[in-house]
Design a protein around this ligand. Structure first.
Ligand SMILES: C[S@@+](CC[C@H](N)C(=O)[O-])C[C@H]1O[C@@H](n2cnc3c(N)ncnc32)[C@H](O)[C@@H]1O
Length: 264
């Protein structure tokens, strides 16, 4: 039987070094907030909030924002960020598969590259929809399998340790047909939009070093290959070639998908 507690413990460790990427995911946050259509005074929950970039952006638009995330180090940083930015946002450590909020307590439930990492998509969706008011909006950003981050995930699967067979890939959340299957019973008027942001980097190898340092799933494969230096350098060079495809003007362009639906 799949041990979800240990999967989540590993996820917590993996994501603990992510904070440095808030400067780039912070560029995507206004896009999701705009796409969601939230208005001043709305109660908004940001799940898998990391360091709080979406919640803080929603608060800037006048929303009453809340944030939750599995990783305590990121929630600590989110609290610091809300203090610095002057917003009173309640950030808590919590699993999107078990949200500590009442039924129908939010007008908007948002997730930017967050809920896609829950190991049981149906449980995550059920929870996000439970805490959302009927007629409220669910909106999220995810990485499609055919674009840069999706292809990076494919490389981690190729070089990394075998994963439990019943564990879905996070990038299935970037496939519009799969999304419709996952949320279609609970949400209506589902719409999609593609957007992109740029990661500043002097070269593909600079970007790869940032990924190795701060993105847990990549760092974990580098560590796994420590005793196989040939494979480790192959993994690194495949990443560099891939990043090279998206590199222009000292920027790595990252495209993604946004989804929006209304709770039935
Ligand atoms: C790529 S980061 C995105 C963080 C943030 N939303 C942003 O855009 O900067 C993925 C986030 O998902 C969180 N996460 C992973 N599994 C989770 C789960 N089961 N429940 C809640 N958060 C989870 C991680 O802790 C991490 O903060």
């Amino acid at each position: 039987m799949t041990d979800y507690n240990s999967i989540k413990e590993k996820a917590r460790q993996m994501w603990s070094t992510f904070a440095a990427f808030e400067t780039v995911t912070g560029l995507a946050a206004p896009e999701l907030v705009k796409f969601s259509g939230l208005q001043k005074g709305d109660r908004v929950l940001d799940v898998g909030c990391g360091t709080g970039v979406v919640a803080i952006t929603a608060a800037q638009q006048g929303a009453k924002a809340f944030g939750s995330d599995l990783t305590p180090e990121l929630i600590d940083r989110a609290k610091e960020n809300s203090k610095i930015s002057g917003f009173d946002i309640n950030f808590i450590v919590s699993d999107v598969e078990e949200l500590p909020y009442d039924d129908e307590s939010f007008d908007f439930v948002l997730s930017q590259f967050g809920h896609m990492f829950a190991p049981r998509p149906n449980v995550a969706v059920r929870e996000m929809m439970r805490v959302l008011k009927t007629g409220g909006v669910i909106a999220f950003s995810t990485w499609p399998p055919e674009l840069l981050t999706g292809r990076l995930f494919a490389l981690t699967a190729k070089y990394g340790p075998p994963l439990p067979e019943d564990l879905p890939s996070p990038v299935e959340w970037g496939d519009v047909e799969e999304i419709k299957k996952r949320i279609g019973d609970l949400a209506k008027h589902i719409s999609f939009h593609r957007a992109q942001y740029g990661n500043p980097a002097m070269s593909p190898a600079h970007m790869r070093i940032l990924l190795e340092t701060h993105i847990g799933p990549i760092a974990a494969v580098i560590k796994y290959l420590e005793d196989s230096p040939n494979k480790q350098s192959l993994f690194r060079s495949e990443i560099d070639v891939l990043l090279g495809e998206y590199f222009e003007n000292n920027t790595v362009i990252q495209s993604y998908l946004m989804t929006r639906g209304i709770k039935r």
